[in-house]
Design a protein around this ligand. Structure first.
Ligand SMILES: [Zn+2]
Length: 288
């Protein structure tokens, strides 16, 4: 009996025709309410600082943001990327859904894009309303900033790829410790950590192999990104051990810096007419 052989993937005669079919957008977002940027500009114009949290290098911290407030993540001392998790402050089961956010808005978030929660809630948790790195656009390598593709650095993948390494300052662990500091027990905390928004990180996919790449973040001290809280939020942010992610992560080799989170309260009356998004209206019966 001969060994089974792998099928030979010969292109069919109409290969070019099949390849030439134009793509369609999977999830056109035109039917969603448009972000009211004039409203957000008014909110930002009169806001005052409500609280601040310093996230030390290679550590994670949590912070609370009341609905209708703005939170700002700033680079203060040197190029540094941050891994952001978001939770409903009253219900940690409702948390950021990176995959659906990516499917709706694309691989990297821009001003006006929303951070969506998972099923069965699926509603906007936060809207990006200002970004000093908006000038970066797409570079010659296909790199962009603020991705929702990279999941988070974690000690399990590091263990696999490093031949058994044990490293405890990956974003996954930093976020877990931050949740434990907030009062969650260790097992529950780790289970609540989820795929992140990579704030300030510059990433893309290689053109030839389609692999996830990172390169030095263009962020510099003074840069920031602002988010409007669409519901009461608890955020968790890790200052990634990759620093600016120009070379490596999951080790103490990269130069790392702290990040600053500030929460701002809008001026009185600025939220007039605004309402927090209701949870998703699907009836949940699934045809049963
Ligand atoms: Zn990381």
């Amino acid at each position: 009996m001969s060994e089974p052989t792998a099928p030979i993937a010969r292109p069919p005669e109409d290969a070019q025709t099949r390849r030439a079919i134009a793509p369609v957008i999977c999830y056109p977002v035109e039917s969603l309410p448009k972000p009211d940027m004039a409203f957000f500009a008014r909110v930002r114009a009169g806001m005052t600082r409500f609280s601040q949290t310093v996230v030390p290098a290679r550590e994670g911290r949590t912070f609370l943001v009341p609905a209708g407030h703005v939170f700002r993540i700033s680079c203060t001392q040197g190029p540094q990327v941050g891994d952001l998790n978001l939770f409903n402050a009253e219900n940690p089961e409702e948390r950021f859904y990176s995959g659906k956010t990516r499917a709706l808005h694309g691989t990297h978030l821009r001003t006006g894009d929303r951070m969506w929660s998972g099923f069965p809630y699926l509603r906007p948790m936060a809207t990006m309303i200002a970004d000093t790195l908006a000038w970066y656009g797409t570079d010659a390598h296909g790199g962009r900033v603020h991705d929702v593709i990279g999941t988070r650095c974690d000690p399990y993948t590091h263990h696999l790829l490093s031949g058994g390494g044990q490293y405890h300052q990956c974003c996954h662990s930093n976020l877990t410790r931050a949740l434990v500091d907030r009062g969650f027990d260790k097992a529950a905390a780790e289970g609540l950590v989820h795929d992140v928004l990579n704030v300030f990180m510059c990433t893309g996919f290689t053109a030839d192999t389609g692999q996830y790449f990172m390169k030095a973040s263009p962020v510099r001290p003074g840069d920031y990104v602002d988010f409007f809280a669409e519901i009461d939020l608890m955020g968790a942010l890790s200052a990634c051990p990759g620093g600016d992610c120009s070379t490596t992560h999951s080790s103490d080799e990269a130069q790392c810096h702290p990040l600053l989170v500030e929460v701002f309260e809008p001026a009185e009356g600025a939220l007039q007419g605004w309402q927090a998004a209701p949870v998703n209206g699907y009836d949940g019966s699934h045809g049963l």
